[in-house]
Design a binder for this molecule. Structure first.
Ligand SMILES: Cc1cc2nc3c(=O)[nH]c(=O)nc-3n(C[C@H](O)[C@H](O)[C@H](O)COP(=O)(O)O)c2cc1C
Length: 293
C-alpha cells in the first residue's frame, strides 16, 4: 500500500510562488496585447527576472535552449522556459504553454477561463459568418475533446444558403405542415450558417453509446466556445422534430446516429456588443454543483 503523504509534504507541492504586483501588471499588459494567459505569465516572469540583471537572462536563455533541444526542461523552475525570445519585443516566438506546473486561476488574465466565464448564446446573430476554412481550423482544435478510445464519435454538417430552405422543408414534412406556394419555414433562416452536430458512435465493447454521445456533446460545447472566443455569435438549437425521419433523412444519418441539433452562427450585432462590454452576467454559486460522496 502506498505511504500517505503528510499534510506538510502536500503543502510543499501545492504552494505556489506569489507573483509580485509588477509581474501581475505585466501579465495584464500582455493579455491586453493579445497574449494568452499562461504565455502572458511566462513573459511577465521573464521580464521580471530580466530586471535582476544580465546574468539571470543568460540563465533563462540557456533554459529556453534546453527546452528547444529537449533537455533541461526541469531545470528552469521560474517558468519562462517555453518562450523563445529574440531581441525585439515585437517578434517574440511562442512555442506553446508550459503545462509542467499548474498556472494560477485568474479568469481576468487567462483568456480560456475568461471565455468560459463570459460566453453566452446570441439568439439573433448578424449576417457575417466564419469561412469554411475557419470552421475547419476550429473543428481541428476542438477535436481535443475527451474521447474514450479516441473513437471520434461526432461529425458536423455545414448548412448555408438554400440548404437552410431544405432543412425548413424537412421540418415542415416532419410536422405535417403544408404551406401556401412561396411560403417557407423561416426557422432555419435565423442565421446564415448552421452547423448540424451528429453523434456518430462506433460499436465498442468498452465504450457504450452514452459515453460517445457525451463526447459528441462535448465537441459541440467546445466548438461553441471556440467560435465565441474567435468573436462569433452562436446559439445551439434543437426541437422536438430534430430526429424525426424526414430531418434525419436530409442529414443522411444512419440508424446508429443521433442529430444533436444545430449551432446557429453569425456575427455578434452591435447592440449585443455594447451590452456585453458594459454588463456581465453573474455566475452562479458553485456550491450548488459540488458535493462529496
Ligand atoms: C443540446 C441543446 C439544445 C438546445 N436547444 C435549444 C432550443 O431549441 N431553443 C432554445 O431556445 N435554446 C436551446 N438551447 C439552449 C441555448 O443554446 C442556450 O444555452 C440558452 O438559451 C441559454 O443561454 P446561454 O447559453 O447564454 O446561457 C439548447 C442547448 C443545448 C445544449
Amino acid at each position: 500500500m502506498g505511504k500517505k503523504k503528510s499534510g506538510c509534504e502536500k503543502d510543499k507541492h501545492r504552494k505556489k510562488r506569489r507573483r509580485p504586483d509588477h509581474e501581475r501588471e505585466l501579465t495584464r499588459a500582455y493579455f491586453l496585447d493579445g497574449e494568452t494567459g499562461p504565455w502572458a505569465m511566462k513573459l511577465a516572469a521573464k521580464e521580471s527576472l530580466a530586471r535582476l540583471g544580465a546574468d539571470s537572462v543568460d540563465v533563462l536563455e540557456a533554459g529556453a535552449e534546453g527546452v528547444r533541444t529537449g533537455t533541461g526542461t526541469e531545470a528552469v523552475a521560474a517558468g519562462p522556459e517555453t518562450v523563445a525570445t529574440s531581441t525585439g519585443a515585437g517578434d517574440r516566438q511562442h512555442r506553446g504553454p508550459d503545462y509542467s506546473q499548474p498556472s494560477s486561476i485568474d479568469p481576468l488574465t487567462d483568456p480560456v477561463l475568461h471565455a468560459l466565464a463570459t460566453r453566452r448564446s446570441i439568439s439573433k446573430v448578424g449576417p457575417e459568418t466564419p469561412s469554411d476554412a475557419d470552421l475547419r481550423e476550429l473543428i481541428r482544435v476542438v477535436s481535443s475533446v475527451a474521447d474514450h478510445k479516441a473513437l471520434r464519435p461526432w461529425r458536423f454538417l455545414i448548412i448555408r444558403g438554400d440548404d437552410r430552405l431544405r432543412l425548413g422543408a424537412a421540418l415542415d414534412e416532419a410536422a405535417g405542415e403544408t404551406r401556401r406556394p412561396g411560403e417557407v419555414n423561416t426557422k432555419p433562416l435565423r442565421a446564415e450558417l448552421l452547423l448540424a452536430l451528429v453523434a456518430s458512435p462506433t460499436p465498442h465493447p468498452k465504450v457504450p453509446d452514452w459515453e460517445q454521445h457525451a463526447t459528441a456533446a462535448g465537441a459541440g460545447h467546445l466548438l461553441e466556445l471556440a467560435l465565441w472566443q474567435a468573436g462569433w455569435g452562436v446559439m445551439w438549437r434543437t426541437g422536438t422534430l430534430t430526429n424525426a425521419p424526414a430531418v434525419r433523412r436530409l442529414h443522411g444519418l444512419d440508424d446508429t446516429e443521433l442529430l444533436m441539433g444545430w449551432l446557429y452562427i453569425g456575427s455578434v450585432p452591435e447592440r449585443y456588443r455594447s451590452r456585453l462590454a458594459t454588463g456581465t452576467r453573474p455566475l452562479p454559486n458553485p456550491d450548488q454543483f459540488l458535493d462529496t460522496l
